[in-house]
Ligand binder design. Structure first.
Ligand code: ADP
Length: 567
């Protein structure tokens, strides 16, 4: 056995960019990309990527230490192509969140220090402002991406994307081979819900494993038609930028995931798969187009999907798979793998099972819930809280230029997610909160996610978020911020804070019931639809329990429910 060494024929670095030349060879004439009236085949996409690689290499963007190429663009063909072309040139792709303001973009550019910055014409203003804010003389070279389908002629930079693609000479500058699978392929900044954004670095190996694992766990078969409703800048589209090529699918690109754009793509292109954050379920539901003609597979995650919302969206003909993850885990780290026998259950019970975050991703070696003091796994009792920890090759390499944060993210061999959950008797994990969002009332832990899930069952509520509010006796109590549905969707007299509080009383232990309900027009969110609980906590700090809340001075201990167990 020992005379069987590794060599270049049997030990090739794992990398998701290998999916592109394979797609060009195997699925050559199949549609790779659809954007408005523009379509490409896999042969054309590979050709365009190779040309871009050559142009990048001609500009000395090639492996020479760490070279980043940043891009600020919506879900367009250019952003898709760059997910292959940039690493094929030996550089690292840094797709920036398009919802950031100029100051946040400037902070990323200062930290990532890209050699080139590609910007979609729509974001030229933000980028100009961001670049003006960087005093550094080492500014990146700017490349403008015009709309390929309906060119605007906008060209505020020195270079234009299509010019680069046209002038690239792959015979002179062919794609570079990945030398080491541990090399960086992507740099993604966290949305910074709980702390300042950090630059998460993915390896080729991690991205490859994550892509393969998710395709399998979501059951993506041959020739998917994938709708880009999830931003590609979010964990590289949860790896589907690379994954759709692996399956020879068609990428349907849209600038913004409006109800019209999504339903038209579904009707016109026969979309089979799409990813959405739970917040987009409301967009799909409110557009009210009636049931779909054929089932669309939806992968959701990024925030806890309330069971009530899952049930409603499935009634429209979307079949939902729920995944949980984070930037540091190259996207999904857990999937709520469906069991056949659950099909026989009533819809509400099915939705409750599906709202759980599930079991470890295939690409991980471990996903557990542990008591961080002892590093013992919590019992499978659905009640004992612990922190979700992960280990495996699909985790990030670390945080760019931040060794302290990298070291703090790992505890021994485990990556600490900062999420608090329980394990049910069947081994499925359910998130109860982010550790920073747990409400501690009278010494008991209350899960804001549990309260939110109950509130989503209220017929008049569109959205709900629960955070801690100071309380003179209990220390903290839950405070709910709620957004109402359109008035026509619920009966008159259903909404007053008292009605909502008594609704909660019928659904949960009394100590969990929000002591304050605040009606708002919208909830503060990050670009990915993630709630900014920090903003709400700040607001709740100045609030007091409802005047009619007699229990505010009650000395009795609260009843302990499953979510009241100690961390
Ligand atoms: P940030 O940490 O800056 O918000 P991420 O996009 O990486 O950026 O967010 C990851 C977090 O989102 C997770 O740690 C978790 O708290 C939350 N999250 C992701 N998916 C789910 C899910 N399916 N259910 C509950 N929470 C989720």
């Amino acid at each position: 056995m020992e005379n069987l060494p590794k060599h270049d024929g049997n030990y090739v670095p794992l990398s998701p960019i290998t999916f592109l030349p394979r797609a060009a060879a195997v699925y050559a004439d199949r549609t790779s990309l659809i954007y408005g009236g523009t379509t490409f085949t896999w042969r054309q996409t590979c050709d365009r990527c190779c040309r871009l690689v050559a142009a990048l290499r001609a500009l000395s963007v090639s492996k020479n230490g760490d070279i980043q190429v940043s891009v600020l663009a919506p879900n367009t063909p250019a952003l898709y192509e760059m997910h292959f072309a940039v690493p094929m040139a030996g550089a690292v792709i840094n797709a920036i969140n398009t919802h950031l303001d100029a100051a946040a973009v400037a902070a990323i550019l200062r930290h990532a220090a890209p050699k080139l910055l590609f910007v979609d014409y729509q974001y030229a203003g933000v980028v100009t402002e961001a670049l003006n804010a960087i005093s550094d003389t080492n500014l990146p070279l700017l490349v403008v991406i015009d709309d390929i389908d309906t060119p605007t002629g906008a060209c505020v930079g020195e270079l234009e994307y299509e010019q680069l693609v046209a002038r690239g000479d792959p015979a002179r500058y062919p794609p570079r081979k990945v030398e080491d699978e541990w090399d960086a392929v992507a740099l993604n900044y966290t949305s910074g819900t709980t702390s300042a954004p950090k630059g998460v670095v993915y390896s080729h190996r991690g991205a490859y494993l994550s892509t393969m694992g998710l395709l399998l766990q979501w059951g993506v078969g041959h020739e998917p038609v994938y709708l880009w409703s999830l931003p590609m800048f979010h964990c590289n589209g949860w790896t589907f930028t690379w994954g759709v090529a692996a399956r020879g699918g068609a990428n349907v690109c849209v600038r913004a995931p409006t109800a019209d754009a999504m339903y038209s793509a579904i009707a016109n292109h026969g979309v089979t798969h799409m990813c959405v954050a739970p917040v987009l379920f409301n967009v799909l539901l409110e557009a009210d187009r009636g049931p779909l003609r054929r089932t669309v597979e939806v992968l959701t995650g990024g925030a806890p999907p309330p069971a009530a919302l899952l049930e409603r969206v499935e009634r429209l003909g979307f079949h939902v798979t729920h995944a949980y993850g984070m930037t540091e885990a190259t996207g999904p780290a857990m999937v709520c793998e469906w069991r056949k026998r659950w099909d026989a259950l009533p819809p509400t019970e099915r939705a409750l099972l599906k709202a759980r975050q599930g079991v470890g991703a295939l690409s991980l070696a471990g996903a557990e819930v542990k008591d961080l003091k002892t590093m013992e796994s919590v019992p499978r009792d659905g009640g004992t809280l612990g922190e979700i920890v992960l280990r495996g090759s699909s985790l990030m390499k670390g945080y760019y230029k931040n060794p302290e944060a990298t070291a703090a993210a790992f505890h021994g061999e485990w990556f600490l997610t900062g999420d608090v959950g329980v394990v049910h008797s069947d081994g499925y994990v359910e998130i109860k909160d982010r550790s920073k969002d747990v409400i501690i009332s009278g010494g008991e832990n209350i899960s804001s996610v549990d309260i939110e899930a109950a509130l989503y069952g209220h017929p008049a509520l569109r959205e709900a978020a629960v955070v801690a509010m100071p309380h003179p006796y209990w220390g903290e109590t839950p405070c709910a911020f709620v957004v109402l549905k359109k008035e026509s969707d619920f009966g008159a007299g259903e909404v007053s804070d008292e009605k909502i509080v008594s609704f909660c009383r019928s659904k949960m232990a009394h100590f969990m019931v929000p002591r304050k309900v605040v009606f708002v027009d919208e909830l503060p969110k990050k670009a990915t639809g993630k709630l900014q609980k920090l903003v709400l906590r700040e607001r709740a700090r100045g609030l007091r329990p409802r005047a009619s809340d007699k229990r505010r001075t009650e000395p009795a201990r609260p009843t302990i429910s499953t979510s009241g167990s100690k961390l």
